[in-house]
Write a protein that binds this ligand. Structure first.
Ligand code: DGJ
Length: 735
């Protein structure tokens, strides 16, 4: 299969993956028109769908002369500019030195290249061999100003995704200001579609919302300098009738961790347009003559078989081409984290006590969370002072770490390198190193300020401090946290007309720091975190194979949080722990099994005071670790199915994993309420081979795949609220 083809006669570009096709055409006046995205249609060029009409108040390009039917205002296009007679949401807006904002982007040339384009300094999908992907570069040019826009397409046939990015170069003689530079623009010549997105808040991230796309503009966004707890930079657009396993659906994910905007518009001709990219708010990039700006990457995919296939495409693409860590499909050590066990109140004896109890039940990694450094007895001091607090850890860190290693456990540590407390030695030394607007009091959040990591000297200094700690004792895991949104956006190091660059430069600075860390310690297991899941995005996955999903560790709330997250992100990326009950965030009590079944569909670990566990609880906890290790390969590599959804009529949240060869199936879930005289619910599994026979490993009961999928099996009747279930089925030859 040729992933990228250009037909010089029809001037049609065809991008092809195993099951999808994407087409565009160089139309009249060198306009790059979007033709089609969807099922593979073989050799067809879909040039017949565009209907040109004379639409009042929709202007025409000058070259069209008296052809009033050719209007950019309604034409589906690949990448559109402001100031040009297309009044819809657009990909790019610039300001020339004369104050005008017009760009007439015309096709200029193109190149088809083997392998995947690169975006230096930015996270993006990678190839392991050249044949994994192909690249198309299309150059558009605004002749009068010399501004060039290079559209980049990376086609990954095996996982059915296409990546997009844009490079803007000022080849003119005067400087320009880039006001908006979206990574992706996508036109759908369609109405009656739904938008699915993932909204939330701290402690309740990635809630799933589905709503119709109606006339006007809808926006999903973050202006918080991080992708945020509030909206996730990923959306699905689907037909009204699309379900988990039926119907047309598109998925678009932004590979970026800072401000973003995804807008969707239904226009006058009942066509839908979507743009995704860096939020234009407080964004302005100066490009002098000869300078370029490269947008972050966006990834898109299409499914004709409902939402679950979109998830499979993204999960496979991210596991194989985004997460660089060797841990991506390797056993993740089962950990214990001391945060909910101690918060800031600990000393080395307490930590060692937890580690020792953890070792006894089979835990492999001890993670020392916040509070080990500087004068960090609470959350308003110490950030920036990355040296051990010997008042808490007497004898220093290397001695404690040695004792943990002597137990036969790995050691991990928490850091928050992007932040500074006013009450810190670093702040007293460099008060100008934080983001702060001159002459104004800064907005604080959790009593801390953002370090200005757009400045190289700042990030190099902080990373050097952290490297000294990591070098002083063998650290195998780092939890990289960030506990406030970016605010007070002003960098002392940039001139007035470059302050609109601070937020993006800040994000590039964060990526640079993470790159430094993983380059220096290639075997390190990095877990990123942002007060829970405030930066759960594809950008972060380029650096860390797992992200702490939420500060809410309540198993029942986690059902909803992990359900929403699963639409886009692989299950193995979700940091999830068993914590104590009553739960610290909700006060709810659930059985340890329930907490564990939910945490196992994630990275699995414990976050409670193991010294306070009874003998019986320790035995359960230990058995659960054995159980997790047996099923972990399914969770890491299987195809994921959402069998029921939170809030539906089933009174249960059930999900499953099916191995790629369909020989093994793992079904997990929680029945929410115990009703007296309960209704019967049948579970219909999906993704099995209908012909194969499957044996349930506990009862030995044998079913065909067809029975499990089409006839269903009854949901067990619980003996109390929130009871969990976990079934394993293996292919069998037995009758
Ligand atoms: C927020 C994280 O999500 C928590 O797990 C914990 O690490 C705290 N920060 C520590 O301050």
């Amino acid at each position: 299969m040729e992933p990228i083809k250009f037909n010089p006669q029809s001037r049609v570009f065809t991008l092809r993956t195993c099951s999808t096709m994407y087409q565009m055409q160089i139309e009249r006046y060198d306009t790059l028109v979007h033709l089609y995205y969807g099922a593979d249609l073989g050799d067809t060029e879909v040039v017949h769908r565009i209907v040109n009409l004379d639409r009042g108040f929709s202007g025409n390009p000058y070259e069209a002369e008296d052809d009033r039917r050719f209007s950019l205002d309604v034409l589906p296009q690949e990448y559109t500019a402001e100031g040009n007679g297309d009044y819809r949401i657009q990909g790019i807006e610039i300001r020339h030195t004369d104050g005008s904002n017009c760009l007439q982007l015309k096709y200029c040339s193109h190149q088809i290249l083997p392998g995947k384009y690169r975006l230096p300094g930015l996270p993006s999908l990678f190839t392991t061999q050249e044949s994994d992907a192909a690249t198309l570069e299309i150059l558009l040019k605004d002749e009068p100003s010399g501004v060039e826009v290079k559209l980049l397409y990376g086609v990954f046939p095996q996982c059915d995704v296409i990546t997009r990015a844009v490079e803007i170069t000022n080849h003119g003689t005067s400087r320009i200001a880039l006001k908006k530079a979206m990574s992706l623009e996508l036109d759908f010549p369609k109405r009656s579609m739904d938008l699915i997105h993932f909204y939330g808040r701290h402690n309740m991230e990635r809630q799933t919302e589905r709503r119709p796309i109606t006339h006007g503009i809808q926006s999903i966004e973050s202006k918080r300098g991080m992708s945020s707890h509030h909206h996730n930079p990923a959306v699905l657009i689907c037909d009204r009738r699309t379900t988990e396993d039926y119907g047309d659906c598109y998925g678009i994910v932004f590979v970026y961790s800072g401000n973003f905007e995804c807008q969707v518009e239904l226009d006058q001709a009942e066509q839908t347009r979507l743009v995704m990219g860096i939020h234009p708010s407080n964004f302005s990039f100066r490009l002098n003559s000869g300078e370029s700006f490269t947008t972050p990457e966006a990834v898109m995919t299409w499914s004709g078989k409902g939402l679950e296939q979109i998830s499979h495409h993204f999960h496979d693409a991210f596991r194989n081409h985004l997460i660089r860590s060797s841990y991506v499909n390797r056993h993740r050590p089962v950990l214990v984290n001391n945060w909910e066990a101690t918060y800031f109140q600990f000393d080395e004896k307490k930590l060692y006590g937890i580690a020792k109890a953890a070792k006894e039940i089979g835990i492999e990694l001890f993670v020392l969370d916040d509070g080990w450094f500087g004068k960090r007895d609470d959350d308003i001091s110490g950030l920036g002072d990355w040296y051990v607090n010997e008042k808490k850890i007497h004898g220093g860190l290397p001695a404690l770490v040695q004792k943990i290693h002597d137990l036969g456990m790995k050691f991990g540590i928490w850091i928050e390198p992007e932040m500074i407390s006013e009450d810190s030695d670093l702040y007293r030394l460099h008060p100008d190193w934080c983001l702060k607007v001159p002459g104004r009091n800064p907005m604080t959040s959790r009593g801390q300020l953002n370090l200005d990591v757009s400045r190289k000297e700042v990030r190099d200094y902080v990373m050097e401090q952290i490297f000294q700690v990591l070098d002083s004792c063998h650290v195998e895991y780092v939890k990289w946290d960030v506990n406030r949104a970016v605010g007070n956006v002003f960098s002392q190091s940039l001139p007035e007309d470059r302050q609109g660059e601070v937020l993006h430069r800040h994000m590039l600075g964060v990526y640079d720091m993470m790159e430094q860390l993983i380059t220096r310690y290639p075997d390190l297991l990095l877990e990123t975190c942002a007060g829970g899941g405030g930066r759960f995005d594809a950008g972060m996955l380029y650096y860390s194979p797992q992200i702490w999903c939420s500060d809410n560790t309540d198993a029942i709330d986690r059902l909803e949080i992990q359900y929403g997250t699963s639409f886009i992100y692989p299950i193995s990326t979700m940091g999830a722990h068993v914590s104590v009950c009553p739960n610290h965030q909700t006060g709810r009590t659930t059985a340890m099994n329930t907490r564990a079944v939910v945490a196992m569909s994630g990275t699995f670990g414990y976050e409670l005071d193991l010294e306070h566990m009874t003998k019986e609880e320790k035995e359960i906890a230990s058995n659960l670790i054995t159980q997790f290790k047996e099923i972990e390969p399914m969770i890491q590599n299987g195809d994921y199915y959402r069998i029921t959804a939170p809030g539906d009529e089933n009174n249960a949240v059930i999900w499953s994993f099916v191995s790629k060869d369909k020989t093994n199936v793992l079904v997990c879930g929680v029945v929410l309420r115990k009703y007296p005289n309960p209704p019967i619910t049948l579970l219909h599994l999906r993704g099995l081979d209908p012909q194969k026979k499957y044996k349930e490993t506990l009862t030995g009961q044998i079913y065909t795949g067809a029975v499990l999928m089409y006839a269903g099996i009854p949901l067990p009747l619980p003996s109390m609220d929130y009871e969990s279930l976990q079934y394993r089925f293996e292919e069998t030859d037995e009758i």
